[in-house]
Design a protein around this ligand. Sequence first.
Ligand code: C5P
Length: 406
Amino acid sequence: MHLQGKHIVLGLSGGIACYKAAELCRAMVKEGATVQVVMTEAAAQFITPVTMQALSGRPVFDSQWDRRPDNNMAHINLSREADAVLVAPASADFMAKLLHGRADDLLSLLCLARPIATVPLLIAPAMNREMWSHPATQRNVAQLRADGSFVLDVGAGDQACGEQGDGRMLEPEEILEDLIAHFQPKVLQGRRVLITAGPTFEAMDPVRGISNLSSGKMGFAIARAAREAGAQVTLVAGPVALASPRGVLRIDVRSAQDMLQACQAQADASDILIATAAVADWRSADAAQHKIKKDGSGLPPELHLVENPDILATLAASARGRSGALFCVGFAAESQNLLELASAKRVRKDIPLIVGNIGPQTFGQDNNALLLIDAQGATELPRNSKIALARQLIARIAQYGIRTIS
Ligand code: C5P
């Protein structure tokens, strides 16, 4: 329930994308928000207030002359109650209207009347690609941003008009993720965060290899939380079956050596490294070019292994070499003696912070419990969802006063 206790005014202006607003409304309610729908006259041409009332569980407002409010000031009441106003879809015409501070219908009126310092305005544009790329629209987007509105991205692809290009409204789940992110404190604004996640896969032959049961969920949750906190996030992921968090640059790799290379290419331009990957300790010294076959002797093949590079320790050491601007956070997955083993690992890898967790209780799960260990001691983050823990960890990392290299 990422929007528990939040009250959102969901504004619909006219556009085919109104059909997506129905799903968006439902998704926001599912996340715990109360949703008050406000529609323009044009929006009601595309989807009925009946549908939006049923999904939000509240009568829709669609007129500035609505006599239901005792004071007859719907624009004031609705905008004072809201934690945010989200206009989705926002047509080209509606954005132009907002830009000029016009207020000739209830939705534009309440956008103008909202307390600008406390009630953010999020705008999800939706229009034909020519309308989107038109200099007038682009000028309006830039000015709306300069005026303090949050104009979300648009999607690309097939458009209802049959053309292809930029301008589609984002999908409901993408808008939802952006809205949830909006409410998170921006404790890492502008920081560049590099995250490793998932297992690595070390080939023995073209079809087999050494790997482990890491699902990547913890690392992906941390990537999402870092982005929500305002960071620029690069996520170097081993083979996992997870969708990328929004707004995160993802680099897919397979082996530990690939992961090291990808990280080295990013490290100089990063302020923080969070190494959650469960990197395979060993790889085959001589991976076979063709599938290894049974030879009938009943004896297994001899496997020669060599140790993989320690990505975290390597990056931490080279950052120290160039004056230590990379704040390094490690993870330790243990099966026992968490405090003792993780503390020793922190010292051995010479990093300021290590996060201990019990391997069998985290791999593949949606919940986890963390033990944060630094030079001062240990702090427990009790069992919770991985995204909740990730947000707590990011808040903690932000307290270390990390220097930004530039
Ligand atoms: O030594 P151990 O594998 O237990 O250390 C765990 C920490 O070190 C994790 O942060 C993990 O991502 C990182 N690590 C690494 N490269 C390795 C092994 C571990 O970056 N080869």
